[in-house]
Each structure stands twice: as structure tokens, then as C-alpha cells.
Design a protein around this ligand. Structure first.
Ligand code: CDP
Length: 788
């Protein structure tokens, strides 16, 4: 287990110190994009399409422009004059900023109204008269691939059908042969539907162009301000917005979950409007706009798992149809169009695997935007974990026992997975054992047998997942060509207090505290003496931002190494001050001392002062260091989750009785923050498992586009989460830490789904897609009774 090196006052790693940022948030003093008010600021509101697929016959601005205070109505035709009506997505597809002739999904931006305040802009948007010619929308991705399906993207050169790309990894023939020869093969088509990001704060921007300095100042709800600045410069460089003229400040952010990674049309229009009008322009999405645009997942996965009759897993194959909506806006590294989906072989040791995926266009909003896991680990883990449970049920083996018999063993790490990853570390057996002990697995098994004998429906579900976070090594990972390293810059002031800046951006994860703790651990400067600054592209070092649990594996590592650079410089200064050779200086947290004479010492604060006042001859003054960290590998956190449910046969109501989550994210910086991350992630895991899912009708209308009919779970719906840890440090991360934020969202849905299916198994129900709602359960029960 990890033991703390520092005192609670210094607050290095392992201390559950309170979050420094919370005083500001709890007092309502957070400063979000919508709090930015600039002199002369205008407001922008979007006119959106009621149709999923339609030709635009005309846009009449006249009535809107007649409203006092409405200053402009911007259309695609207007932007086309500056070649700004299309933009690239993060995955090299193209997306309309504003349409010139066709709308491709319901609620697509059609034009923008700029007015002196928001109320007038809303009135203006209602007064714009858009005439459409509706067309038959393609909603079903399988239908989109049929030969007679209309071509949705004729704008793309060489595009002959609605197929976007084919991706595959692994050995098809060997996997097929292993499946053909196996004693047991279980199969299932599993769908993970679209869901909303549903962050508390919606997306927004304030763009402020200063004609005198030619600088564009942008306040933006962005998880990746540097990358967005580069993309904006690439899109708008030709009209004079080059990168050094753009400053993006991401202020406080009320939840990102991946939804604040992309560039949205509203951002580009607000920037264009401010550039042309020369006044600040604010655009803030309302809740329904946020809910109807930007969705995660939508994977239809055909899975096959092969094993011996005793349950030794031999091969796994998964063929996926991915519904990307009208453009592929996934925020994935360019060499990984399906993200880290190839982690789908899971925590088990077997030789043969093959994964393939076909992506397709439909008349839905741009797909692939994250829901706390854009890199497709949620989908991958759901596939393998449902299939392992299905195999256990098929051969009549306890699902925990089946997992123990197939786990990659502790001594097999680093483990080369059949689809090409090198898992860094883990002790899967210990993690599952801990979860089983904590929940009292054997007792629940007995209780279940008794309840089944009484005709009651009780289920126990397990998920033992392997995550993959920390993108990533630059040889493999880039977004639009920008390598996915991250950065930290530390300045220790003469009085020993410090300022550290990062290329990442917290959206509630507590970076202002945990980064300070990393520096406290390395330098011995109390975490309360260290200010953390993120999100301003004019001041922070370049970095790729915060998403997919990459901050600790990348920027956290950069902080540790930058601090070590400082410590090396400090050693030279300490030797100079203590008048001994550098070789005679030793370090203990917070001070340098002379070997064998610990009373002769200099604190880090004394050394910092000397760095500005009394340096050795020839040394550069100052006490600052920067590091850009290019990780050698990703980190592979893991977890064992167990869920116990009871289902009421008469109504289909599901009661989650217990949920135990054991996570292994290597060494922990702040246990309390990790606990909070896990609680939030588990709640975001129960959400798609039991409640959330976007429903479309055949015309492509979203039927649950408000929070009145789209249920986001609250404390009322959430069970009491019981959490714990095992710790297997990452061997390649300088602090032995792995990311954690995403793990619970990945691990919870299959644990819950497995528990519900286990409860329903005596009725012959062997699979249900998430969200598993009471009405879905009730219908399945009625069907099974009708068959009986
Ligand atoms: O990239 P993001 O911040 O979303 O994810 P993360 O790297 O998993 O970190 C989430 C929060 O948990 C941060 O405040 C981390 O410093 C903290 N954390 C930790 O204390 N110990 C770990 N081993 C991993 C994360």
C-alpha cells in the first residue's frame, strides 16, 4: 500500500486534503463563460431546424431585422463569402458551420441572430422565416447502407454511399477458425444507444475582437483550449485570425465529460460575428440545444465469444456498425478512428481476437462526442463483460469463478493483448477478491438460491474491466496531427511560494488541489503555497487538454518531472550555500542537507530565495522549470464492480440493493478526490444502464429533448456506492499513478446489466440492451411468459 511521505500540512500524495477550489464554488463565486460581461457585448441565438433532413428553400430575415435591437441575421450564404461555412471535425471529416442549402439533422443550426441582448435575439430567431422542403430522413444505420439509400453527403468528393470508413484490428482468419473449432460459442448483438453529455453548464463562448490590436479574445467552455486555438487558426487563418492573434481563456467549467472538446458551429459564428462587427458576441446554448446536439456512442456490436466446455476463453470477435450521424465528429486520435475500442479483449488471457467496425452516416446530430469516455472504452468493456457473463450462464459456471480462471495473471504484466496493447500492470485476482469479500459474495449467492426457490427475481452482476487512459505516446497519438503530450511549467518565487501552469483544464476534477499536491510531494512546498493555473492559451504551456482521464497520466507526470528538474538545480544552489560539493548533498522532502551532517541544511524556500539572490557563479538566476511529457505508454487502470439487484416481476421495477466498486488506479494523489470522481462516474454509469437513452422516431425527431422526459439520475435514483481500492502502480509513470475519472462510467453499466439479466435468467431472458428500464423488463417478462 502507498504510504505518505509528507505531513498533512505539506499535503503531498496520499493526503485527502480539502479542495482548494471549493471555497470559490461553494460560495457561488465560480466564474463561468456566461458570467463574462464585456462593454458593448451582443448576444447571439441560433435558429434551428425542426426537420431531420430538408432542403432550405428560403431564409427571410426581414421581420427579424425589423425588431429594434436585432443587428444581424447571419446565414450560411453570408459565411460562404469568407469560406467559413464549413469546418473540419476533429477526425478530419467536415461539418457545416451554417448550411447553404440542406439541413442534415433535427436542431441543426440554420442561421444566427445577433442582437443587443438575449431576449431580443430570441424574439429575432422566432421572427426569421425559413421555408423548408422536408425529405425522408435516414434514421436506421442499417438502412443507411442499403443500396437504394439516398446519398447523404454528396458534398464529399468520391463519396458513393453512406459508408464512412472500415476499421479492423486482429487476425480475422485465426479468430474465425478458433470460433469454428470451439466447444461453446456465445453470440449477441449489443446496442449502446446515444446519450446526452448533460453537463450542468451548457456550451458557450464570448468572442471579442479588438480591431486596433487585431487580437481575438475568446472565453470558451473548452476542455482543450490550445488545440481549439490551433484549429481556429487553421480554419480562419485566411481571414487574418492567425494563431498568435487568438487568445482562448477557458474559465471555470461546469462539467465537460467530452462534450466540451469539439468546436461547435456556434463558436465559429460568434467569432465571425465579432470579427465582422468589432464588438464582443456571446453565445450560450440553452438546455434543449445542449441536449439535442452532441451525442455519445450509438454502437451496434455483433459479438462472439468462444471457449472450451470448461470455460477457458479462446477467442473473441466483434463486428460493429457505428452510427455517426451526418458527420464523424468523434474526438479521437487520428490513428484511432474508433478510439481505444480494441481494449475489448478485456482482462482475460487468450490468443485470438478480431474487431472490425463500419461507420455510417445518418440524419442525426454529429455523433461520437463523449459521455465521460469518448475513446470507446465503455462500448468495448460492455461488449466483453456482457459476453463473459453470457458464457458463464451458458456453461453453468459462476461468473466470478469463470473470470478467475481466465484473468491475465499478475506476473504476466506487461501483457501484450491480442489486439495490440501493452497493459502496464494489474492484479485482477486481488481486485475481484476484494470486491467479493466487501459485498459478501458467497452469502448473496446463497440468498439468491433461496429467493429463486421462492420464485423471486434477484441478480448478482460482476464487471472486471481493464481501462486504457493517458493518451498518449506521440508516436501513436495525435489530434489533427498535434501530438498528444502534455505540459507543466513551475515558477517558484523568491519567497518560496509557487505558481504552476498546465496545458490541461479542470472541469470539476480538482486539478487546483491535486497538481499542487504533486508539487508538494516532489518539492516539499506546502500545497497551499502553490497556485495552479490552467486554461489560458496566452500564459499556459501548450497541451492537449483534459478528457478521457488523461490529466494525471500526462500533465501530472509533467509536473513531477518539472519539479525534479527544479530539485536538481536546487541541489547545486544548496551545495553553494552550504559550501560543500554537490555530491555531498542529500534531499529529504522540503530540504537539502549535508551527508552525515543533517543539522547543516537549507530548506527549499531558502534555496528558492538564493536562486534570485545568491547563485553559484555561472548559473542562470531564477527558480523555474518546464516539462513537456510524452508518455512512453498509456496507463491501464482496472476495477472489479459487483452489483446486486432485485426485480419486481409484476411491474419490472429494478431495485439496486448493493453496488461495490474496487478501483485500481495505481498510486493515488488525493483519496478523497478519487472517491468523488468514482461516485460521480458510477452515477454516470447507472445513468445509461437504467435511465438514459435518446429516443428517435422514424422521421429523426428526438422524442426526449428536455430534462422533463430525459431522466438524468440524481441522488434519489443512485444507490449507496461502496468503494475501495487495490494499488498496482504504473511502472512507467513517474508517480506510479494511472487515470481514474473515466473508469466508473466504463465499469458500472455492464455490472448493472449483468445483475439485471442474472435476475431475469430463470425466466429465460438472456439479454437486454441498456438502458434497461422497467417497461423494457416488463415487456420482456410478458414475452417470456407468452412463450412458456
Ligand atoms: O483527466 P482527468 O482530470 O479528467 O482525469 P484523472 O487524471 O483521472 O484525474 C481526475 C482527478 O483525480 C484529478 O484531480 C486527479 O489528480 C485525481 N487522481 C488522483 O488523485 N489519483 C490518481 N491516481 C488519479 C487521479
Amino acid at each position: 500500500m502507498f504510504s505518505c511521505k509528507t505531513s498533512p500540512e505539506v499535503g503531498g500524495m496520499g493526503h485527502s486534503v480539502k479542495r482548494k477550489e471549493d471555497a470559490r464554488f461553494l460560495h457561488g463565486k465560480g466564474k463561468y463563460t456566461d458570467d463574462v460581461k464585456l462593454p458593448g457585448m451582443l448576444s447571439m441565438v441560433m435558429v434551428r431546424s425542426p426537420y431531420a433532413y430538408a432542403k432550405i428553400k428560403s431564409i427571410d430575415k426581414e421581420k427579424a431585422l425589423a425588431i429594434p435591437g436585432v443587428l444581424a441575421v447571419i446565414t450560411g450564404e453570408d459565411l460562404a463569402q469568407y469560406n467559413l461555412h464549413w469546418m473540419p471535425t476533429l477526425l478530419s471529416d467536415s461539418q457545416m458551420v451554417l448550411p447553404t442549402d440542406t439541413v442534415m439533422h433535427q436542431s441543426q443550426e440554420v442561421c444566427a441572430v445577433i442582437a443587443t441582448d438575449r431576449y431580443i435575439a430570441v424574439d429575432g430567431a422566432e421572427a426569421v422565416d425559413v421555408q423548408y422542403e422536408p425529405m425522408k430522413a435516414i434514421v436506421n444505420p442499417y438502412k443507411a447502407l442499403e443500396e437504394d439509400a439516398p446519398l447523404l453527403r454528396p458534398d464529399k468528393e468520391g463519396q458513393k454511399d453512406n459508408h464512412i470508413y472500415h476499421w479492423e484490428r486482429g487476425e480475422r482468419e485465426k479468430t474465425d477458425a478458433a470460433i469454428a473449432a470451439a466447444d461453446v460459442v456465445v453470440k449477441e448483438r449489443i446496442h449502446l444507444p446515444r446519450i446526452h453529455v448533460a453537463s450542468i453548464e451548457t456550451c458557450g463562448i464570448v468572442a471579442s475582437y479588438d480591431k486596433d490590436t487585431e487580437k481575438m479574445l475568446i472565453y470558451l467552455t473548452s476542455q482543450a483550449p490550445h488545440a481549439i486555438r490551433t484549429i481556429l487558426a487553421l480554419v480562419a487563418g485566411h481571414v487574418g485570425l492567425s494563431e498568435e492573434k487568438i487568445r482562448i481563456i477557458a474559465p471555470d467549467i461546469g462539467g465537460g465529460f467530452g462534450g466540451k472538446v469539439p468546436v461547435y458551429p456556434g463558436y465559429v459564428v460568434a467569432i465571425a460575428a465579432s470579427f465582422l462587427i468589432g464588438k464582443p458576441v456571446k453565445w450560450i446554448e440553452d438546455r434543449s440545444e445542449n441536449l439535442i446536439n452532441g451525442f455519445a456512442r450509438d454502437y451496434h456490436m455483433d459479438c462472439e465469444l468462444a471457449a472450451t466446455k470448461d470455460g477457458k476463453i479462446q477467442a473473441f470477435k466483434v463486428s460493429t456498425l457505428a452510427d455517426h450521424g451526418y458527420t464523424d465528429s468523434s474526438a479521437n486520435p487520428s490513428k484511432y478512428p474508433t478510439g481505444m475500442f480494441s481494449i475489448c479483449t478485456g482482462s482475460y488471457d487468450y490468443e485470438h481476437a478480431f474487431a472490425e467496425l463500419d461507420a455510417v452516416y445518418t440524419n442525426k446530430a454529429p455523433g461520437g462526442v463523449a459521455y465521460r469516455c469518448s475513446f470507446r472504452v465503455t462500448e468495448a468493456v460492455h461488449a466483453i463483460e456482457r459476453m463473459v457473463d453470457k458464457l458463464a450462464a451458458e456453461i453453468g459456471k459462476d461468473p466470478a469463478q469463470l473470470r478467475f480462471e481466465n484473468f491475465i495473471k499478475k506476473e504476466q504484466f506487461p501483457y501484450a493483448s491480442p489486439l495490440g496493447w501493452s497493459y502496464d500492470s494489474g492484479d485482477y485476482k486481488a481486485t475481484l477478491e476484494k470486491a467479493m469479500e466487501m459485498i459478501g459474495y458467497d452469502d448473496y449467492k446463497k440468498e439468491q438460491a433461496e429467493k429463486r426457490a421462492q420464485g423471486k427475481l434477484m441478480g448478482i452482476g460482476i464487471c472486471t474491466f481493464t481501462e486504457v487512459v493517458g493518451a498518449g505516446p506521440s508516436k501513436d497519438f495525435d489530434i489533427l496531427g498535434i501530438a498528444m503530450f502534455d505540459s507543466a511549467e513551475i515558477r517558484v518565487h523568491p519567497t518560496g511560494k509557487a505558481l504552476a501552469r498546465f496545458g490541461t483544464k479542470s472541469q470539476g476534477q480538482g486539478h487546483e488541489t491535486t497538481y499542487a499536491q504533486i508539487l508538494a510531494e516532489e518539492l516539499g512546498i506546502p500545497y497551499t503555497d502553490i497556485e495552479i493555473d490552467e486554461g489560458d492559451t496566452d500564459t499556459a504551456p501548450y497541451g492537449l487538454g483534459t478528457y478521457a482521464s488523461r490529466s494525471t497520466p500526462t500533465a501530472g507526470a509533467a509536473a513531477a518531472i518539472a519539479a525534479r528538474k527544479l530539485k536538481d538545480k536546487g541541489k547545486k544552489i544548496a551545495a553553494h550555500l552550504l559550501e560543500v560539493s554537490e555530491d555531498d548533498i542529500e534531499w529529504e522532502v522540503g530540504k537539502y542537507f549535508v551527508k552525515g551532517a543533517p543539522e547543516k541544511s537549507k530548506t527549499i524556500q531558502e534555496v528558492a530565495f538564493a536562486a534570485y539572490t545568491n547563485i553559484p557563479p555561472g548559473m542562470e538566476p531564477g527558480f523555474e522549470a518546464t516539462h513537456y511529457y510524452d508518455p512512453p505508454n498509456l496507463t491501464f487502470p482496472n476495477g472489479a464492480y459487483i452489483c446486486v439487484v432485485e426485480v419486481e416481476e409484476e411491474t419490472g421495477a429494478i431495485d439496486v440493493k448493493r453496488f461495490v466498486a474496487i478501483d485500481d488506479c495505481g498510486n493515488i494523489i488525493n483519496p478523497m478526490i478519487v472517491e468523488g470522481q468514482v461516485h460521480g462516474g458510477l452515477t454516470q454509469g447507472i445513468a445509461p444502464a437504467m435511465y438514459e437513452g435518446i429516443v428517435y422516431d422514424d422521421e429523426g425527431n428526438v422524442l426526449n429533448g428536455t430534462l422533463m422526459d430525459y431522466l438524468v439520475p440524481t441522488a434519489v435514483e443512485s444507490p449507496h456506492w461502496e468503494t475501495g481500492h487495490t494499488i498496482t502502480p504504473s511502472p512507467h509513470h513517474p508517480l506510479g499513478a494511472k487515470g481514474v475519472a473515466e473508469s466508473p462510467t466504463v465499469g458500472a453499466p455492464p455490472a448493472i446489466a449483468n445483475a439485471i439479466i442474472d435476475a431475469l435468467y430463470p425466466l429465460g431472458i438472456k439479454h437486454l440492451d441498456i438502458p434497461i428500464t422497467p417497461d423494457k423488463v416488463w415487456e420482456a417478462i410478458q414475452e417470456s411468459k407468452a412463450k412458456a
